[in-house]
Design a binder for this molecule. Structure first.
Ligand SMILES: [Zn+2]
Length: 273
């Protein structure tokens, strides 16, 4: 990694996002993300010479350090990012996700995709630049729609192949990546039809969630059933059906936008006539 050098004050309290390979250093208690200043932390100072500021949380700066190997930095153990999901404040989790995405960006953009020469981090924005051909790259973000579909007091829930590996299959809403040249509304209609052969109407944007596995941006929508009988795409889904809000199967974990959409849809169904 070759991010720009940030001037870190030794007395400044900060959040430290230390990433090696696909894991992050977490402390066993509190907010999990190491917090403190360089004078107090048992922290190899040399590492702090190569940090990148990725934001602020609770009035303190957040610094990213990317290590090539899992060095013992004296601040905790290495864990996968997923272990933090639902365990810390959403904003702090989003910053951890940003740390992962920026680290992945630097690791995967060392050479120019246009001419093959070495890329260099530039210091006024998060980007890598090739000074041979002037090609510039930014962290990759992959937009993805996720859709709660309602029919009266029933909602459409499906089991994806990737959720079947667990003992207890998780039922969730439909989702898919936006294709080039497509609006979000077109994507909602296409993904729902491809996966379930259902047509939807009254598509409404609800909220979004960065999903750093590895670089998705989930954009949540509601839609109403318009027509069609469920016929699943067996490449994507194991099963799909309408579930009454009083009789829901195993749902995704709290902290996921899928669960937030389902909860919100259930509330709307309850107040609907
Ligand atoms: Zn180039």
């Amino acid at each position: 990694m070759q991010p720009e050098k940030n001037n870190v004050s030794k007395q400044e309290n900060a959040w430290w996002f230390i990433i090696a390979r696909d894991q992050i250093v977490l402390q066993p208690q509190g907010n999990f993300i190491p917090y403190g200043n360089l004078d107090d932390l048992p922290f190899p100072e040399a590492l702090a010479n190569n940090v990148k500021k990725i934001g602020d949380y609770d009035s303190s700066p957040c610094y990213l350090i990317v290590l090539q190997e899992k060095l013992d930095v004296g601040l905790g153990e290495y864990f996968p990012l997923r272990s933090l999901l639902g365990q810390i404040h959403d904003l702090l989790f989003d910053l951890a996700g940003r740390a992962f995405q920026v680290a992945l960006f630097y690791q995967t953009h060392q050479y120019c995709g246009k001419c093959g020469n070495k890329m260099h981090a530039i210091n006024w924005e998060t980007a890598m630049k090739c000074y041979h051909c002037q090609h510039r790259c930014y962290p990759r973000v992959s937009p993805c729609v996720i859709v709660g579909i309602r029919k009266g007091k029933e909602i459409l829930l499906a089991v994806h192949h990737r959720h079947l590996k667990q003992n207890n299959p998780v039922f969730t809403v439909l989702a898919g990546f936006v294709e080039a040249g497509e609006t979000l509304e077109m994507c909602v209609e296409r993904e729902v039809y491809e996966e379930s052969r259902i047509r939807v109407k009254n598509i409404e944007y609800i909220s979004s969630q960065p999903w750093p596995f590895p670089h998705s941006l989930m954009m949540g929508f509601f839609a109403e059933y318009e027509s069609g009988e469920i016929k699943i795409d067996k490449n994507e889904l194991v099963e799909a059906a309408w579930y009454h809000i009083d009789n829901l199967p195993v749902l995704p974990n709290n902290g996921t936008i899928a669960r937030k959409l389902i909860n919100k849809m259930v509330e709307q169904c309850k107040v609907a006539i």
